[in-house]
Design a binder for this molecule. Structure first.
Ligand code: CU
Length: 132
């Protein structure tokens, strides 16, 4: 009885090891956010799976979106990935699969408490990255 339990436990561990090996390794690009700028650690990125780690170095909430179109008012389908509601000192990550091309990293947060209200994008909170 004791021997049989050991075999069952051994099989379980084997399955866990196999599934862990299946995961591919994604590149990570750290992106600093502040008032009002988007500062990626690199602007040249390798095509494939990319994890963006958005760190809020500022004093206000920010967000980070990656899109295949530039501009403040772009359609939702142009936004390929995002991390929302990143508070001061907070870091949030998301992973996207990118083909070669030009992309925009931007914060389009609307500050409704300000008088008059404004969008962070209109304070130059965006930058361009190249995927190759
Ligand atoms: Cu912002």
């Amino acid at each position: 009885m004791r021997g049989m339990l050991a075999i069952v436990a051994g099989t379980g561990l084997g399955l866990i090891a196999c599934s862990a090996l299946g995961a591919g390794s994604a590149q990570t690009v750290e992106v600093g956010l502040n008032e009002y700028g988007v500062a990626p650690a690199t602007t040249i990125i390798k095509a494939g799976k990319v994890t963006f780690t958005a760190r809020n170095d500022g004093n206000e909430d920010h967000e980070l979106e990656i899109s295949n179109r530039a501009g403040r008012d772009i359609p939702d389908e142009a936004i390929l990935g995002e991390a929302e509601d990143i508070g001061p000192g907070e870091t949030k990550a998301f992973t996207v699969d990118l083909k070669p091309g030009t992309y925009e990293l931007a914060c389009r947060l609307q500050d409704t408490k300000a008088n008059p209200p404004f969008n962070h994008y209109d304070r130059s909170m965006y930058t361009t990255v190249t995927v190759q």
